[in-house]
Design a protein around this ligand. Structure first.
Ligand code: GDP
Length: 171
């Protein structure tokens, strides 16, 4: 059986847990009591192959100054980087995460450089409160050679599933 490890990263409140739970259960759960990090596991079938998937959701993210990420970078085969389109600070944090993942110091670690990265602008349903343009997300993704989409964990079940499936297929 293939083992896949995916880390879902982004600033607190961007919607990491909402996206992960949406993918795993097809449901949107508005609030989470837990403040601790979680690793979810799921067996699933992708393109006829049985997979054992682990998703790491660090419910609390380190502050920007403490962006070491070393453990996550060595653990994960792929990354979903989440920001909230109605929160510019979350976009700046996503940018810092992407730079860290693409950091040249890590170039020696082939696994990280080749890993699949998906940048996600979440909370598209809040576009009336938008602080980050679609084109800004698209440009950041292009500059960092990763895939990009905007979606809403609250409203778009199929888009969330498609996004996770794409990143898993890339891995
Ligand atoms: P995390 O800290 O990144 O794991 O963020 P959560 O998944 O806990 O979500 C933070 C808050 O944003 C919660 O109140 C969620 O209900 C809300 N939220 C998550 N995704 C969406 C979305 O797509 N649209 C809206 N309107 N709210 C969302």
């Amino acid at each position: 059986m293939n083992e896949l490890k995916l880390a879902v990263l982004g600033s607190r409140g961007a919607g990491k847990s909402a996206l992960t739970v949406r993918f795993l259960t097809r449901r949107f759960i508005g609030e989470y009591a837990s403040n601790s990090e979680c690793i979810y596991t799921k067996h699933f079938c992708l393109d006829g192959r049985q997979m054992n998937l682990e998703i790491y959701d660090p419910c609390s993210q380190p502050r920007q100054g403490k962006l070491s990420l070393t453990d996550e970078l060595h653990w994960a085969d792929g990354f979903v980087i989440v920001y909230d389109i109605s929160d510019r600070a979350s976009f700046a944090f996503a940018k810092a995460l992407l730079y860290r993942i693409r950091d040249s110091h890590l170039a020696a670690c082939k696994r990280v450089v080749e890993s699949a990265v998906f940048l996600v602008g979440n909370k598209q349903d809040l576009c009336h409160l938008r602080e980050v343009g679609w084109d800004e997300g698209q440009k950041l993704a292009m500059d960092n050679k990763c895939q990009f989409c905007e979606l809403s964990a609250a409203e778009h079940c199929q888009e969330v599933i498609t996004m996770f499936t794409k990143v898993l297929r890339t891995i």
